[in-house]
Design a protein around this ligand. Structure first.
Ligand code: 6PG
Length: 473
């Protein structure tokens, strides 16, 4: 009987949790997994939710179980597996049915898939889901891209399973085709910057102030009660508290300093470059992960150069701690300003009309970057359009107060030989952005000298050349 509200293909960790969440919120769901044993086991283990789940052994059975027009979520590994799945569904599903890709797809693939499905009658939704395993099970943040009519068909289910902030669902339709996956990509780019800046501050606390993990945990715990209140700060405090069951030592001290990445940070940076929008803090965060992976080279370089340049931070610990808190806050403002500027650029480029206040709102709960800060940001955007977050009145005030701390920390860290690539990039971005008379007059003169590219003058309009004489182009 076609009475399931929605279908789901792919009962891996994220798919299973999403399916249980959907069932728990009162939506009947049909599920299918390539390996039938997995489908059977999933259904068997669903406990009280069993009656809300229709286990299907074939795609045909899945299609027959869903109420038309039939929405089906595919939760398989991003890339070729998604294309294979879509090809399979095309033979079974029919006009007006909706394929929803809920993986971390590259939005350019999502755009291509939209094009490929055009004229087939099937519609497509590219859906960003954030919040990890826990979020998928109990309430993720959901970023939807696709035709508005397709969204209307699934809005009830998706808002029922999403996280809620003050009762408002953290799920929204953000625009056509790749809008949802693009916004999820930038969410992850910002996530990279947030995480890297936290790691840099941890580095200063560890190597500059000589603090032990549990002491650092207390610092983050305290900051989490103030304006830095966020999921990432909260879990960092928890991570630093934990001991390794095997050795009894602090867990973080036993973890290799080599970070992985699956691609969304890199995509954010590539797209920022394509759009011509600086996203330097995000870029620095991605690069920092790459450098972290060069463990052997780093060990050899430390031998070659020594780390004798590292000098501990001296002076009042209270003052340094206050500056570190400000540095993290100011760095965060710059990173979010960059992420939102990239989204504004993409919105224009792809005619999405991305609703910035809504994006900030659906990130307030459920997702990895959820924080008090996003509430402030949502309010700032609701005050009308600004060319950059740094120009929103509330942010001008906050940045004025916080940037001196960032400046002192970056300067002291540089002197001490402690790396702060993301914090430094954030500061460089801010200082360049707020400088009315910059230094690219020299760039223009150089370009004109070697390539006769011309320059604008400050006093007369039009293109001009300099008096470079012989040797110049
Ligand atoms: C989320 C996370 C999620 C995932 C990323 C991590 O929003 O729930 O961002 O999408 O954890 O894939 O990315 P890396 O493996 O690249 O760090």
């Amino acid at each position: 009987m076609a009475d399931a509200e929605i279908g789901l293909i792919g009962l891996g960790v994220m798919g299973s949790n999403l399916a249980l969440n959907i069932a728990e919120k009162g939506n009947r769901i049909a599920v299918f997994n390539r390996t039938t044993a997995r489908t059977v086991a999933f259904h068997k283990d669903a406990g009280a939710l069993k009656d809300m789940i229709v286990p299907c052994e074939t795609i045909e059975a899945l299609a027959a179980a869903i109420r038309p027009p039939r929405p089906v979520i595919i939760m398989v590994q991003a890339g070729a597996a998604v294309d294979e799945q879509i090809a399979h569904l095309r033979g079974v599903f029919s006009a007006n049915d909706i394929i929803i890709d809920a993986g971390n797809a590259n939005f350019r693939d999502t755009m291509r898939r939209f094009k490929e499905l055009e004229g087939s009658g099937l519609t497509f939704i590219g859906m960003g889901v954030s919040g990890g395993e826990e979020g998928a099970r109990h309430g993720p943040s959901i970023m939807v891209g696709g035709a508005e009519a397709s969204w209307k068909r699934v809005e009830k289910v998706l808002t029922s399973i999403s996280a809620k902030f003050d009762g408002e669902p953290c799920a929204a339709w953000l625009g056509t085709d790749g809008a949802g996956h693009f916004v999820k990509t930038i969410h992850n780019g910002i996530e990279y910057a947030d995480m890297q800046m936290i790691a840099e501050i941890y580095g200063i606390l560890r190597d500059g102030l000589g603090m032990a993990p549990k002491e650092i945990a207390q610092v983050f715990g305290k900051w989490n009660k103030g304006r830095l209140d966020s999921y990432l700060i909260e879990i960092t405090a928890k991570v630093l508290e934990a001991d390794d069951p095997k050795t009894g030592k602090p867990m973080v001290d036993m973890i290799l300093d080599r970070a992985g990445q699956k691609g969304t940070g890199k995509w954010s940076v590539i797209e920022a470059q394509q759009l011509g929008i600086p996203a330097t803090a995000i870029e620095a965060a991605v690069a920092a992960r790459v450098i972290s992976s060069l463990k052997d080279e780093r060990i050899a370089a430390e031998k070659a150069y020594g780390n004798g340049g590292v000098t501990p931070f001296t002076g009042s610990r209270q003052e340094v701690l206050a500056d570190l808190e400000s540095a993290l806050f100011a760095g965060k403002i710059a990173a979010y300003a960059q992420g939102f500027a990239v989204m504004a650029g993409a919105s224009k480029e792809f005619n999405w009309n991305l609703p910035m206040p809504t994006i900030a709102k659906i990130w307030r709960a459920g997702c990895i970057i959820r924080s008090q800060f996003l509430g402030t940001l949502a309010k700032a955007f609701s005050g009308g359009p600004v060319p950059n977050l740094l120009m929103a009145p509330a942010f001008i005030e906050m940045m004025k107060e916080a940037h001196p701390g960032l400046r002192r920390i970056v300067a002291r860290a540089a002197e001490a030989g402690l790396p702060t690539p993301a914090l430094s990039s954030a500061l460089g971005y801010f200082d360049s952005y707020r400088l009315g008379r910059g230094t690219s007059n020299v760039i223009q003169a150089q370009r004109d000298f070697f390539g006769a590219h011309g320059f604008e003058r400050i006093d007369v309009s039009g293109a001009h050349h300099g008096p470079w004489g012989s040797g110049a182009a």
